[in-house]
Design a protein around this ligand. Structure first.
Ligand SMILES: Cc1ncc(COP(=O)(O)O)c(C=O)c1O
Length: 512
C-alpha cells in the first residue's frame, strides 16, 4: 500500500475516508446534518455577529496561517469553522441588518442551493455536463423574461441556446459587462474579431452621480477605456432635455445608454419609456440597457409594475436575484430583447461542444459554471406569482412604515420619496436650516452615526455620498444613511428601535 509521508507519520487521513462513498454514507450524513444545523442557526440568529467586532488585522492573524502538516477529520474542520470563522461572519438575514437585504434566506432557494452543490453539474455543456440542469437555466431565464415583458417563443420552438434570450451570471456586474459587450459589438460590428480601434465611438451615457461602478469597470475590461458620458439628473432620474442635448452633441459616438430601474443609492426608477423615446428619437442605433438589479421587484406586483413600463423596449436588462429575491449568493441574469443577438459576442472553442444547448457558447468570461439557477428556480417555483407579489408588497409596507417613523421624527429627514425598498435619510443637527445648511456638520454627525453603527455591529445601515435633491442641503454632497426594507423578519418593533438608536447616536455626535 502506498502511504503519504504524513500518513506514514500516523497523522494522515486515508484517501478513501476523505471522500463520500457508500461505506461512510451514514457518518457523512451526520456530519452534513450538523453543518446544516449550524448554518440554519446562523441565519435564524437575531444578532448580526456572534462575537465582538474585531479589526481586520486581528482577523487576519486569527485566520491566515500555514498549511498544517497533519490531517484532521472533516468533523474537526466543521467544528473549527464554527468556532474560529463563523462567529465573525455577518448574518445578513438578521432583522437588524437594515442597510442591505441579501438575506439568502428563502427556504426553497436554500434547498435548491444545497442540492445543486451535490449534483455538481457544469453548465458549460449540456449533453454530458448538465443534461437536465441546462433546462433549469432555460426555464428560469424564460420566467424572468416573461416577468419583464420580453416575448418568449413557445417551448417547442426553443431549438438551441440562441433561442433562450439570456444568460445566468454571477452578479449584476457580470450581467452589465455582457450588456456592454453587446453594445460595443452593436456599435462596431467585428470588434470581437478586430479589437477596439477607435474607442471614441464607444461612449456610454450614464446618469451623473448615481451610475453603478460596474458599467465603468466593464468599459475598461472590454477595451473601451474611460468613455463615460455623465448626463445631469433631476430627482435621481435623467434630465431628459440634458440627455437629448448630450446625444445630439455626441452624435455617432454613443454606443449605449444605461437607465436605472432602481439605482444603487436611492433605488429611484427612471422614466424608462421617456428615456427610450428620447434615445430612439436621436439615434435608433444606440444600445439601450436597463439595469434592473433592484427594479425587478416591480415586475412582481401591480402596485409597482407601472414604474417599469417601457422596459420591454430596451435591448438588454440586468436583473439580480440575490439582491431582491432572498436567494443565496450568487445569481444574476442578463436578458436580451432579441435572443439571437447573443451570437454577436460568442467565441469559438472546440473545447466547448458545438452542441445545440451548450451554454458555454453564450457566456462570455465564463467556462465551467456552477448550477446557480436551481436555487432561483426553487424559489420561484415555491412562491409562484402570488408569492412574489406578496413578498414585494410586504416590503412596500415595511418601507412605508419606516418612512412614516422618519417623517414624524423632528431630527430626521428623508431625502427622497422611495420607489422601491430604499429609504435614504439623514439626522439633522440641532438648529439645521435647509436654506442655510451647515453641510460639514450635517455630514460629520451622519458619518459618526454610521461609523458607530458598524463598529458596534448590533445594527447595519448603509451610507454613501449623494447630491441632495433639495430636502436637507440643496445641491450639496451629503452623506446620509440608508435603510432597506427587504427583510421579511423586520418587525414594527425593529423599525421603532432602529429609529430610536439613530436618534440617540445623532444626539451623541451632534457637536457644533
Ligand atoms: C444598480 C446596480 N447594478 C449593478 C450592481 C452590481 O451587482 P453585483 O454586486 O451583483 O455584481 C449593483 C450592486 O449593488 C447595483 O446596485
Amino acid at each position: 500500500m502506498i502511504r503519504s509521508a504524513t500518513a506514514a507519520q500516523g497523522a494522515g487521513v486515508a484517501p478513501g475516508a476523505a471522500v463520500l462513498t457508500p461505506d461512510n454514507r451514514d457518518q457523512v450524513l451526520d456530519l452534513l446534518t450538523g453543518a446544516l444545523r449550524t448554518g440554519v442557526d446562523v441565519k435564524v440568529r437575531e444578532d448580526i455577529y456572534d462575537a465582538p467586532r474585531v479589526t481586520p488585522e486581528e482577523l487576519r492573524d486569527l485566520i491566515v496561517d500555514d498549511l498544517p502538516e497533519g490531517s484532521v477529520d472533516a468533523a474537526a474542520v466543521v467544528d473549527e469553522v464554527r468556532r474560529r470563522i463563523l462567529p465573525y461572519c455577518k448574518n445578513e438575514a438578521s432583522p437588524r441588518f437594515a442597510g442591505f437585504a441579501d438575506t439568502g434566506a428563502d427556504v426553497a432557494a436554500l434547498a435548491g442551493a444545497v442540492l445543486a452543490v451535490f449534483a455538481q453539474q457544469n453548465l458549460i455543456n449540456q449533453s454530458f455536463d448538465s443534461p437536465s440542469a441546462t433546462f433549469v437555466d432555460v426555464a428560469v431565464l424564460r420566467w424572468l423574461r416573461d416577468l419583464v415583458g420580453y416575448a418568449n417563443p413557445p417551448v417547442g420552438k426553443v431549438a438551441d441556446v440562441w433561442d433562450v434570450g439570456g444568460v445566468v451570471t454571477q452578479g449584476g456586474t457580470g450581467s452589465n459587462a455582457v450588456a456592454m459587450m453587446l453594445a460595443r459589438e452593436h456599435a462596431g460590428p467585428g470588434t470581437m474579431r478586430d479589437g477596439v480601434r477607435d474607442p471614441g465611438r464607444f461612449k456610454l451615457v450614464v446618469p451623473a452621480g448615481i451610475g453603478h461602478y460596474s458599467v465603468k469597470g466593464a468599459l475598461a475590461w472590454i477595451g473601451c477605456g474611460e468613455s463615460l458620458l455623465e448626463v445631469p439628473v433631476s430627482g435621481y432620474r435623467y434630465d431628459l432635455e440634458a440627455l437629448r442635448r448630450a446625444l445630439r452633441a455626441h452624435r455617432g459616438e454613443v454606443m449605449g445608454v444605461v437607465a436605472y430601474a432602481g439605482d444603487s443609492r436611492t433605488q429611484t426608477v427612471d422614466d424608462l419609456a421617456a428615456v427610450h423615446d428620447v434615445v430612439r428619437g436621436q439615434d435608433p442605433g444606440i444600445w439601450l440597457h436597463a439595469d434592473a438589479c433592484w427594479g425587478l421587484l416591480c415586475a412582481f406586483t401591480d402596485r409597482l409594475r407601472h414604474k417599469i413600463d417601457g422596459i420591454e423596449l430596451y435591448d438588454s436588462i440586468t436583473v439580480d436575484a440575490h439582491k431582491v429575491m432572498e436567494v443565496p449568493y450568487t445569481l444574476s441574469a442578463l436578458l436580451v430583447r432579441d435572443p439571437g443577438v447573443l451570437r454577436t459576442i460568442t467565441t469559438y472553442s472546440d473545447l466547448i461542444m458545438r452542441e445545440t444547448f451548450a451554454f458555454g457558447q453564450v457566456t462570455p468570461f465564463t467556462g465551467s459554471r456552477a448550477w446557480e439557477s436551481l436555487k432561483l428556480w426553487a424559489m420561484m417555483r415555491a412562491r409562484g406569482r402570488a408569492g412574489l407579489a406578496a413578498m414585494a408588497e410586504h416590503r412596500l409596507d415595511t418601507v412605508a412604515a419606516f418612512s412614516a417613523l422618519v417623517d414624524t421624527h423632528p431630527r430626521l429627514a428623508r431625502l427622497h420619496d422611495p420607489d422601491l425598498t430604499a429609504v435614504v435619510f439623514a439626522y439633522l443637527p440641532s438648529g439645521h436650516d435647509p436654506a442655510r445648511p451647515d453641510v460639514e456638520r450635517l455630514n460629520r454627525v451622519n458619518r459618526a452615526i454610521h461609523d458607530q453603527v458598524l463598529r458596534e455591529g448590533r445594527w447595519h445601515l448603509h451610507q454613501f455620498s449623494l447630491a441632495d435633491g433639495g430636502r436637507v442641503a440643496p445641491g450639496a454632497e451629503v452623506w446620509p444613511l440608508r435603510f432597506l426594507g427587504g427583510n421579511a423578519r423586520t418587525t414594527a418593533d425593529h423599525l421603532a428601535e432602529l429609529v430610536g438608536e439613530v436618534a440617540r447616536l445623532g444626539r451623541l455626535h451632534d457637536t457644533p
